[in-house]
Design a protein around this ligand. Sequence first.
Ligand code: NAD
Length: 285
Amino acid sequence: MADRVSQVVGHLNYPKGLLAGQTAIITGAGQGIGAETARRFANEGAKVVVADIDAEKCNQVAESIRQSGHQALSVPGDVLDPAYIKSLIAQAASFGNGKIHILVASAGYTYDGVIHKMSDKQWETMIAIHCTAPFKMIREAAPYFRVKDGEPRCIVTVSSTSGIHGNAGQINYALAKSGLVGFTKTIAKEWGPAFGVRANTVAFGYIQTRLTAAKEDGGFVIGPDGEKIAIGVPGRGKPGATHSDIPLGRPGTATEAASAILAVASPLFSYVTGQTIMVTGGRNM
Ligand SMILES: NC(=O)c1ccc[n+]([C@@H]2O[C@H](COP(=O)([O-])OP(=O)(O)OC[C@H]3O[C@@H](n4cnc5c(N)ncnc54)[C@H](O)[C@@H]3O)[C@@H](O)[C@H]2O)c1
């Protein structure tokens, strides 16, 4: 369905694609929602900067986009490293011939624990990856967004139903994802009036990616000290599992999640800013 909408709308009104002529940075683009977003943006004519801590996956995504005839630059690195953020913005600006139009901050993960057992490290890591890293990136990119050249500028942060409604076992993640709501509205209020920058957050429910696979699968990410942090949901995918809490009756795919980010970043949303867009299959209405 999303592909169909993109084809019809894009081809009628935007023959070169919804994002033609724009340069976009997508963090966490080595896999999952970020990788699909990079692919969809590239299909819509954007030059995409693929950023991820997993260098191999980062390079693979950029290479597959180039193989399909579109433009992509791989800039692997850790968004928790301030030197990387400087380099990412500089390389993106150079790739975009001095311009950056879109920034999607998707890099992130969970570091779950119940309140009474949560360590300071679990707490601080979630704020660092979901809030401080996007803040430093957007601050570094400010010269490319605070411009008046008549071209669109858009920031998309990635929140979660855990941030909007809370979730047992995720007080750190819930705080960080909730923080993005006010964070994103503030960008909309500061950079909207003079520069026309739009800023929205997309809050996902259950999207099928490595992050939401069964914890028993052994998925992990590399944390700030180089330690392995286990991710996933205990018992996910048990036979007979239903999705009675989701009105659409199923989880979303990474492509559906990416399509929502594309919609928000596209000219079809040119009068939408400061919003939290729930992409949940209707869960938690
Ligand atoms: N999948 C869901 O159901 C869901 C729901 C709500 C919100 N989210 C959010 O969506 C975003 C993407 O999640 P996903 O489901 O695609 O997960 P994913 O694990 O498939 O992809 C996340 C990517 O981020 C990268 N990453 C992690 N730490 C990084 C770092 N320090 N620097 C750079 N890159 C780093 C990983 O290498 C990985 O490629 C996250 O912010 C997540 O919290 C996901």
